[in-house]
Ligand binder design. Structure first.
Ligand code: ZN
Ligand code: ZN
Ligand code: ZN
Length: 450
């Protein structure tokens, strides 16, 4: 039996082997992942294997518990007859999950979740308990280095409660479960497919390598394939030059500064000093909440500054914004009250073709605000541009007015350029497939438009 005490785990030296980034000293964080070669926009920075991942309750029975692929006409799920709590897309995933950890979990699962110790837990701790059980029961078969890398991560500063965890009868590795749990809070990820969250997971290599920034130059995406647990890939949002630090977002940069700060200080245990936070901490307290009239009066300035007018060429934004340069009349749109109100109004109008004008107006305002806040080619911006394109296309089909057609084409070209950077991820289909379908429809209306 080998012993694995996270506090005494040998330092992991090879976590950056073979990558275009290397860990270097950082003035405040533990390390920084610095690019040692140029990484092009859309380029792969790093792949990361999962230590453990569990589906969110909403996704249970809708995705394979092993490979996470969604049920569809080609992916049929079958319930494990032993526990009736896990679903698999085929014999391959079932037998791999069985060998990995499920053989120690299956028969005990029903009693475990009915126990008071488990039933009293809030949902996120139930997910943690399930992940810890997978790790404890699968520790002998976890790919080499993953446990060591996870153990080498900094623990959360807040003590976490002891969770009820299933362990194998004779563990091959003497795992310190509470110490492992202590590394979950500030390190684990929310997995997504086409930007829809569906699972929690631990990806130790990514956690060890990349610091957070609210102006990240890279983002994670998840690759789903039969008989393989989901793999995380870190993708460059823009060209990254030698010597730049590669950072990923631990939180949504479009959240207001107080919420981000609270989240990062509470969960992550650090104060973000990125240029968006630095700028917002200085400027946001000076902003007065703008009324509707003021916003409308300055909307042309916002759209012109961000190049989000449908008369412009499609948006191509490959460099980070210099927040200091944003003019005062555009800045008012970054008051914390504006984006939530606009996204809500867009959500209400977007589904109703009779409200297409309102949806396009407020929707292009949201797009402009996203381009102010988010870094270039950010997937959320791309997804919103695609939504706008669909709204405009539906209005064009209904009303046959060329202004909707122009808007649909502009939004689609903008979305396509951004999504080409993020690339294929998650389930079959998704935004890239939708873009291609829409492109074919639009091309049929006018050759060479898209
Ligand atoms: Zn599967
Ligand atoms: Zn089972
Ligand atoms: Zn920040």
């Amino acid at each position: 039996m080998s012993s694995l005490d996270p506090a005494q785990a040998a330092p992991v030296t090879n976590v950056d082997d073979g990558l275009p980034v290397k860990l270097r000293e950082h003035p405040t964080a533990r390390n920084a992942a610095i690019a040692v070669q140029r990484i092009p926009r859309g380029g792969l920075v790093c792949t990361s294997l999962v230590l453990a991942a569990v589906l969110l309750p909403d996704s249970k029975g809708k995705r394979c518990d092993f490979c996470h692929r969604s049920a569809s006409t080609s992916v049929r799920l079958q319930k494990c007859t032993g526990c009736a709590a896990y679903w698999y897309c085929g014999k391959g995933c079932q037998s791999k999950a069985w060998a990995a950890h499920h053989r120690y979990i299956c028969k005990r699962h029903a009693r475990w979740i009915a126990s008071w110790d488990y039933a009293r837990l809030p949902q996120h701790e139930r997910l943690d308990a399930e992940m810890l059980s997978q790790i404890a029961c699968g520790s002998a078969r976890i790919p080499e280095g993953l446990l060591e890398t996870m153990s080498s991560l900094l623990p959360s500063k807040h003590p976490l409660p002891t969770l009820p965890v299933l362990t194998p009868p004779s563990p091959a590795v003497d795992l310190d479960v509470p110490a492992m749990h202590q590394r979950f809070g500030n390190n684990n990820f929310i997995l997504h497919s086409h930007l829809n969250s569906y699972a929690h997971g631990a990806y130790p290599r990514t956690s060890r390598l990349f610091n957070h920034s609210c102006v990240p130059n890279a983002v994670p995406r998840y690759v789903l394939a039969a008989e393989s647990p989901p793999i995380m890939e870190i993708i460059a949002l823009r060209d990254i030059e030698v010597g730049e630090e590669v950072c990923i977002p631990y939180t949504d940069p479009a959240l207001d500064i107080e919420s981000r700060t609270r989240g990062l200080e509470g969960q992550g245990g650090f104060t973000c000093l990125c240029k968006l936070c630095t700028w917002q901490r200085r400027v946001m307290p000076t902003l007065v909440r703008p009324d509707q009239e003021t916003l409308l009066a300055h909307r042309p300035a916002l759209l012109a500054y961000t190049h989000c007018r449908f008369e412009n060429p499609p948006l191509v934004q490959d460099t980070e914004r210099d927040y200091e340069q944003i003019p005062a009349d555009v800045c008012i749109y970054l008051h914390e009250s504006v984006l939530p109100a606009c996204t809500e109004a867009f959500g209400e109008a977007a589904g109703d073709v009779e409200q297409a004008d309102e949806a396009l107006e407020v929707g292009s305002t949201v797009l402009a605000i996203y381009t102010l806040i988010y870094p270039p080619n950010y997937p959320q911006t791309a997804m919103h541009a695609l939504e706008l394109s669909k709204v405009a296309w539906n209005a064009y089909i209904k009303r046959d007015n060329s202004k909707y057609f122009r808007a649909a084409v502009w939004c689609l070209r903008t979305a396509r350029r951004m999504f080409e950077t993020f690339g294929r991820e998650g389930d079959e289909g998704g935004p890239l497939a939708e873009i291609e379908q829409l492109r074919v429809l639009m091309e049929a209306e006018g050759t060479g438009v898209v």
